[in-house]
Design a protein around this ligand. Structure first.
Ligand SMILES: [Zn+2]
Length: 316
């Protein structure tokens, strides 16, 4: 059984329980000013609700420089008894101001940052230089980001570093797509750097609920995460249920994961907002179970994410 690196150490993939494959336990980004959430006690409260909704693991896709707090992340995981898989990597370039070091670091430094987080433990200061202070808590997945319909020159370099780090450590790569665009381009670029689509999770594909596109991406080997569950301003959840049903009819449900990606303070119950990180287990899973049955639920919450997150033997 492959293992998954969590903030509290390696866990056998089949011990993860039901997986919410895209969350943020802490996040601070200039893209959403005033909507940052960095409070440890409130994170514990939110994750206790997630645990009560039947979820055993959350994949925290907060990348480098956006409020990652590895020591506190471990504390939240321990206190809530929810496994947390943390990310290293870089978001789409809009999240990093013009002067940010990640835009100007050379290729070797970018790769070193990712490998340090994956192999030694994430920097306690989240690479707020000058000097890294390693924590004992390793990242278990790599996060990358693409812009709307394009991958810019900074993102291209971060993709190259991410693909190389994934090959050298065996972890998977999760890619933020902007409204579900540039997904084929993201797979092409990672493949160019030696990472096959089978090791890639494409986020926000449900923002562009186009089943033909989704089946094409899956045919390349990619996993998709439908991760705007409960965020009704984008579309009703019935659209996501329809998408899942289409993927099931095509026999491709083993490539679909779920998440809520509540990346704003105003979306979290612990801060008085909604729908809350637990909306997946609390509201959506019962609907999915009624529509498609237990096996479909097991496939998207356990089988698909476990297959993706389990570390592969590193390639050179
Ligand atoms: Zn996210």
């Amino acid at each position: 059984m492959p293992v998954v690196e969590t903030v509290l150490g390696p866990v056998a993939a089949d011990e993860l329980g039901a997986v919410d494959a895209h969350e943020h336990v802490f996040l601070r980004t200039p893209v959403n000013p005033g909507d940052e959430f960095l409070d440890t006690g409130k994170a514990v409260a939110e994750l206790l609700r997630v645990a009560a909704s039947g979820i055993g693991t959350v994949v925290d896709l907060t990348p480098v420089g956006l409020g990652r707090r590895p020591v506190q992340l471990a504390e939240v995981s321990r206190t809530s008894a929810v496994h947390v898989v943390a990310a290293t990597g870089f978001h789409r370039s809009a999240h990093y101001p013009a002067a940010h070091w990640a835009r100007h670091a050379d290729d070797a430094t970018l790769l070193d940052v990712l490998l340090d987080d994956l192999r030694s433990g994430m920097d306690s200061h989240d690479w707020g230089f000058p000097r890294p202070v390693p924590s004992p808590h390793k990242a278990g997945v790599i996060k990358l980001g693409a812009s709307y319909h394009r991958i810019d020159r900074h993102e291209e370099r971060w993709f190259a570093a991410g693909a190389t780090a994934a090959r050298q450590t065996g972890v998977a790569v999760a890619v933020h797509t902007e409204v579900g665009t540039a997904a084929h381009a993201a797979l092409d670029l990672l493949d160019k750097h030696g990472l096959p689509a089978g090791r890639v999770l494409l986020a926000h594909t449900d923002r562009n609920p186009d089943p033909e596109l989704h089946l094409d991406l899956i045919a390349r080997g990619a996993h998709l995460v439908y991760d705007t569950i409960g965020r009704i301003k984008y579309r009703p959840d019935s659209v996501v249920l329809d998408l899942i049903e289409r993927m099931a009819e095509a026999g491709k449900l083993g490539h679909v994961c779920l998440g809520t990606d509540v990346g704003r303070k105003s979306s979290l119950t612990a801060y008085g907002g909604g729908p809350g990180m637990d909306v997946l287990g609390r509201e959506f899973v019962p609907r999915l179970r009624r529509r498609l049955g237990d096996e479909a639920v097991e496939t998207v919450l356990r089988y698909a994410p476990q297959a993706l997150l389990g570390k592969e033997a590193p390639a050179v």
